[in-house]
Design a protein around this ligand. Structure first.
Ligand code: SF4
Ligand code: SF4
Length: 161
């Protein structure tokens, strides 16, 4: 299966329509979620997030109130300082980072607030969660950002054509 990840970003873009149609078709099928734990483990046995950081470079987590409290405490700054220096409100009224890549991402791809990172960062990329099929548009977008999502989708297409 090693070839699935070769040149995956180009293939993910080329397969955008195919993958959107597939996700829409299988999302209501019973039993799809049972494949996720094994495929999640399979994907991350081949992918090292520290060689990637695609999520931290391209999209922002939401900083919900507990996330702001936790991160500010970790950085030993006031919550208002964290908001002023790093965050902005998006169109949905959620706090997100002001710029990409995420300001907490280090040059070595380590997260500078790893132990206090937002809940969204902990859950991303949802390859072991029911959210994978629940939020088709997000999963589809993530298939062009995260190699693990692309990988799981390709393997799902093999198992459940
Ligand atoms: S995009 Fe996916 S593989 Fe890359 S760092 Fe994020 S979770 Fe890991
Ligand atoms: S807080 Fe950390 S894990 Fe989350 S996007 Fe920023 S660098 Fe990545």
């Amino acid at each position: 299966m090693a070839d699935i990840l070769d040149n995956w970003q180009k293939k993910a873009l080329d397969k955008r329509k195919e993958n959107r149609d597939y996700l829409k078709r299988v999302t209501k099928k019973r039993g799809m979620e049972k494949h996720l734990p094994d495929l999640h483990d399979e994907a991350f046995s081949k992918i090292d997030c520290l060689n990637c950081a695609g999520c931290c470079k391209n999209i922002s987590p939401r900083f919900k109130t507990p996330d702001i409290t936790r991160a500010a405490k970790y950085l030993r700054i006031k919550e208002s300082q964290l908001i002023e220096k790093y965050l902005r409100l998006d169109e949905d009224g959620d706090y997100v980072v002001q710029s990409s890549p995420c300001p907490f991402l280090g040059a070595d791809n380590y997260c500078g607030i790893y132990d206090a990172r937002p809940g969204d960062c902990r859950k991303y990329p949802y390859t072991d969660s029911g959210d994978f099929f629940e939020y088709v548009n997000t999963t589809h977008l993530n298939s062009t950002i995260c190699p693990a999502v692309y990988y799981v989708l390709e393997r799902l297409k093999q198992i459940v054509p």
